[in-house]
Design a binder for this molecule. Structure first.
Ligand SMILES: [Zn+2]
Length: 64
Protein backbone atom coordinates (compact mmCIF):
# COMPACT_ATOMS: atom_id res chain seq x y z
CA UNK A 1 0.00 0.00 0.00
CA UNK A 2 1.32 3.40 -0.96
CA UNK A 3 1.77 6.12 1.68
CA UNK A 4 -1.17 8.48 1.84
CA UNK A 5 -1.62 11.88 3.51
CA UNK A 6 -3.38 11.63 6.88
CA UNK A 7 -5.57 14.66 6.34
CA UNK A 8 -7.07 16.42 3.35
CA UNK A 9 -4.80 19.12 1.95
CA UNK A 10 -7.18 21.88 0.86
CA UNK A 11 -6.51 23.94 -2.27
CA UNK A 12 -6.71 27.11 -0.16
CA UNK A 13 -3.86 25.84 2.09
CA UNK A 14 -1.62 25.49 -0.97
CA UNK A 15 -2.67 28.89 -2.31
CA UNK A 16 -2.01 30.60 1.04
CA UNK A 17 1.47 29.06 1.15
CA UNK A 18 2.22 30.10 -2.46
CA UNK A 19 1.00 33.65 -1.74
CA UNK A 20 3.36 33.91 1.26
CA UNK A 21 6.33 32.92 -0.92
CA UNK A 22 5.54 35.76 -3.32
CA UNK A 23 6.09 38.40 -0.65
CA UNK A 24 9.53 37.28 0.45
CA UNK A 25 12.07 40.09 0.25
CA UNK A 26 14.85 39.71 -2.32
CA UNK A 27 18.29 39.15 -0.84
CA UNK A 28 20.04 42.50 -1.09
CA UNK A 29 23.56 43.51 -0.10
CA UNK A 30 25.37 46.83 0.07
CA UNK A 31 27.50 47.76 -2.94
CA UNK A 32 31.19 47.95 -2.01
CA UNK A 33 31.65 50.99 -4.26
CA UNK A 34 28.62 53.23 -3.61
CA UNK A 35 27.00 51.40 -0.65
CA UNK A 36 23.62 51.29 -2.39
CA UNK A 37 21.51 48.16 -1.96
CA UNK A 38 22.01 45.73 -4.84
CA UNK A 39 21.24 42.11 -5.71
CA UNK A 40 23.91 39.54 -4.90
CA UNK A 41 26.08 38.26 -7.77
CA UNK A 42 24.87 41.08 -10.00
CA UNK A 43 26.37 44.32 -11.24
CA UNK A 44 25.36 47.37 -9.20
CA UNK A 45 22.63 49.28 -11.02
CA UNK A 46 23.72 52.63 -9.54
CA UNK A 47 27.44 52.66 -10.32
CA UNK A 48 27.91 49.60 -12.60
CA UNK A 49 30.63 48.11 -10.44
CA UNK A 50 31.00 44.45 -9.60
CA UNK A 51 33.37 43.17 -6.88
CA UNK A 52 34.65 46.70 -6.37
CA UNK A 53 36.76 47.09 -9.52
CA UNK A 54 35.20 45.88 -12.74
CA UNK A 55 32.87 48.17 -14.64
CA UNK A 56 30.70 45.76 -16.62
CA UNK A 57 27.87 47.97 -17.87
CA UNK A 58 27.28 51.55 -18.91
CA UNK A 59 24.84 53.43 -16.68
CA UNK A 60 22.31 55.51 -18.57
CA UNK A 61 21.81 59.06 -17.33
CA UNK A 62 18.30 59.47 -15.91
CA UNK A 63 16.26 62.20 -17.61
CA UNK A 64 14.34 64.68 -15.46
ZN1 LIG B 1 27.34 50.62 -6.67
Amino acid sequence: MTPLPKKKHAKSRTKIRQAALKYKMPHLVKCSNCSQLKFTHQVCTKCGYYKGVKQQIKIKESKK
